[in-house]
Structure formats: structure tokens, C-alpha cells
Design a protein around this ligand. Sequence first.
Ligand code: ATP
Ligand code: MG
Length: 221
Amino acid sequence: MTIKIDKVAGKSGIAIMGGTFDPIHNGHLRTAVEVLERYQYSELRLIPCFQPVHKGRPGVTPQQRLDMVRLAISSHKNLKVDCREIKREGPSYSIDTLRDIRADIGPDEPLIMVLGMDSFLYLSTWHDWQSLIEYAHILVVSRPGWEPDLISELSAFCENYRAFSSHELQCAPSGRVWFETLTPLDISSSMIRALVHKHESIAYLLPEPVQRYIEQHQLYR
Ligand code: ATP
Ligand code: MG
């Protein structure tokens, strides 16, 4: 029923944003909201990983990271959380997640994987990276401090798949890359962890309920 209403309102496409969310912060959230508004996708799902493949094991549990994502998005109707990577356990490979979601939503629905520029620059180190584009579009969003200096493998990939307009990401289920500049917010999870560790304030870098959760559970001390 919801899907029908969204279609009537001209919305289509499911955007997904994977991450460690250790913890989730306003850089993630503002990105999610701007992407949703700009493209009118029907929803954006945040997908916390169980075990990041390219960085060390987080100091807090997957359940705590998931709790914080839930607290952060509770008041936003079109932001959702998808816990499939946490349920799957083991190293969280995006290709497995995309295959899984594609099987759920069927072959025709546009699926848009949102990546910050910092993540995109390392795409060619991801497991089976060339196959990602068969299952989803890739929407690369700006991140302060990261320029699009693409290594040759990645620039060839962009030449092959780059869309001529962002509209193409809503007309086909997968297969296009698009770059978007969003409001720059120079916030990172590592910065928040470091501030907590130094007993400095993290106010206004992340939603208040998440800040309270970190204090209550004495995370990142
Ligand atoms: P850490 O500092 O631990 O590396 P992080 O802040 O980079 O954490 P992640 O959970 O690794 O956060 O990021 C998940 C996704 O969100 C990635 O695609 C990343 O590029 C993007 N992202 C994170 N912070 C921002 C930001 N401030 N602006 C735009 N994109 C962001
Ligand atoms: Mg990072």
C-alpha cells in the first residue's frame, strides 16, 4: 500500500547507505536527507555493517551501533534502517548485500548505493567491485577534504558507466554512476570518538538521543 502511494506521488527508487556508523552523525544524516529530497526516492535505508572489511573492528558492539542508528532516524518517515548485514554476521561485503536486496525488490526497481567520495576512491579494493554496478547505481556524494582524484582503474569505470543526467538513475534499475555535491559537513565518526575520549563536547555533531546513548553506555571513553 505504501509503495502504491509513493508511486502516485512520483517517487521511485530505493537508496541505500552502508557504513560502520560508529557512531552515526549529522554528516551521515544530512547526506541521507538531501539525497532523499533531491531525487524523491521512496526511501533511504541505512545499513550498518557487522564487521567492516576495510577498517579495524569497532570498539562498540554491532547492536549498539544499530541502536544509535535507530535513535537517530526515529522521527524521519522515509529514513529506514536495514539490519541484514548485522543479521548475516561475518565480514560485510557490499556485493552480498546488493545481491540480497535485489532479490527482495525484484529486477526493475531502481536501487541506488550512496557513497561518500572517500569511500568511492577505494572502490576498486572492494570484493568483486566490478559487479556492484550490475545490481545498483552508484551515487557518489561530496565529502569535505576529499577530491575526485581517481586512479586509472576507477576513471575507466566512470567513463563506462557515468550518467549524462541524474534522471538516468531513476529510469533504470542499475548501471549508472553519478556525482553530487551536497552541503559540506566536516564531521566524522573518528572525530566524535576522539572528542569523547578527550572528554570534550560532541553536542550538535550528532542527534541528541545518540549523544545521550553514548553518555549512558559510556561508549568511546
Ligand atoms: P570513520 O571516521 O570511523 O571512518 P565515517 O565518519 O567515515 O567514520 P562511515 O560510517 O565510515 O563514517 O561512513 C559511511 C558512509 O557515509 C560512507 O560512504 C562515507 O563516505 C559517508 N560519510 C560519512 N561522513 C560523511 C560526511 N560528513 N559527508 C558526506 N558523506 C559522509
Ligand atoms: Mg571514514
